[in-house]
Design a protein around this ligand. Sequence first.
Ligand SMILES: Cc1cc2nc3c(=O)[nH]c(=O)nc-3n(C[C@H](O)[C@H](O)[C@H](O)COP(=O)(O)OP(=O)(O)OC[C@H]3O[C@@H](n4cnc5c(N)ncnc54)[C@H](O)[C@@H]3O)c2cc1C
Length: 452
Amino acid sequence: MRRKFGVVGSGIVGLCMAHGLRKRGHDVTLYSDRTAEQWLNESTPTGGAGRFRDAIALERELGLSHWDDQVPRVGGVHLTMSLSAKNRVLTSTATIEGPGMAVDMRLQIHRWLADLEERGGKVVVGAVGVERLAAIARENDLTFVAVGRGPLCNLFPRDEARSVRTAPPRHLAMAIVKGVSMEVPGVPFLPVKFNISPEEGEAFWMPYLHKSGIATSALLVEARPGKGLDRFGGCRDGDEVVARMKALITERFPWEAAWVKNAELADPRGWLVGEVLPSVRGPVATLPTGETVLALGDTAVSMDPCAGQGANNGAKMVRSYLKSIDARGDAAFDAAWQREAFETFFRDEGERTYTFSDVLTQPMAKAGQNLLIAQYGSTGSGTSKEQKLANAIAENFVDPRRITHCFTDLAASNAFIEKTVGGSAKWHLFKKTLAIGQQQLRQAVGLQPRHP
Ligand SMILES: Cc1cc2nc3c(=O)[nH]c(=O)nc-3n(C[C@H](O)[C@H](O)[C@H](O)COP(=O)(O)OP(=O)(O)OC[C@H]3O[C@@H](n4cnc5c(N)ncnc54)[C@H](O)[C@@H]3O)c2cc1C
């Protein structure tokens, strides 16, 4: 049965939903606070939006992957964990089943808005307020609110128990930079490069297709508030952000100094500074006039981007909601159904994704530390025990349902290590601790570590 849907918000998640509904033959109107041209030329990307297998598959199914022959393909992760500029504790090089990719969302949204109109959807430009939202909800069988973390999301009460945190765990600075290499020496694929400081936070970057068509990197600093990486408060423009990033990386992660040396801001709006208060919201809002609307994307679940999950989670939510809609036939999308549609998604996928993002912002538990120690020796190729463990950790970013629990549950972590190495976890960890200790000794006497 052909039904009528409203989608408020023109981020990548709202647009994927609009396209998914249109593909099923439904009537769709998407409400955007800006035009396609404004998205392309006058907007800041709301995030880096590195996407993994499942999100990419959804975009492909919806006929939205127009950049496959240009976008750098990410084959995995290279990670360096360090305690200081002079103490690199360990490295990890892991592959993902993928590839992953990041396309400038300003480019995507510009094209996807045009695609939607071409495919029979309607786009209405203008910021939607509560009154207008009520009218939209009356006109449609179901209305999604996908306004990211914009003011309308306050219609959906924060679920304090599920949200867990009461303050943003990181202060963020992101810049899209050109003049940097996509490659990491010795790594046999294009990786997301992570530098982790357990005390201070993370600096990471990933290959990124800029809206101008050039390959760039999305560089993100995730600073624990008040710690050494927290240097971006008060930045007034993107050049200042990049200058501070270069100084910070050269000082704190000197092995990356050559990589960052020639970094330049890719475009004047290609940066942001801010923070995310991780939040799970009550997914159904009842408007003053009695209509109900359903939250989608960051409006329903927003996370700190340390695990790169927001847009990926949004794509999974779209897929889950579409399945619930298909199953509903021609019955009403009442408030109870809306709530159940969200709960189905959250139970099946969202909860573990949210937990994984949360776990990575907190001091690493022994269970998680052991996973990192156990994979030490991975090189990004072959099928060694270390490689299998490293790949499993990286794969959890693609699908956090896999081993999120092993990051906090010591027994589960040990059991997972044991199963993967085919022997005693204790013995394996002992050998790996010795190998890491050798590199600590080298650094203690002023030599460079010889990490894989
Ligand atoms: C620094 C940073 C890096 C990130 N990196 C990643 C990553 O690598 N991988 C990943 O998966 N996720 C990442 N994320 C998260 C990701 O960017 C978000 O989860 C994703 O963009 C959410 O999409 P959305 O469509 O829900 O909302 P948004 O992208 O916020 O889009 C919503 C849009 O709706 C429109 N709107 C708002 N209010 C109204 C209104 N009242 N009326 C009409 N229109 C309105 C606006 O144009 C707004 O931009 C990152 C986030 C940050 C902050």
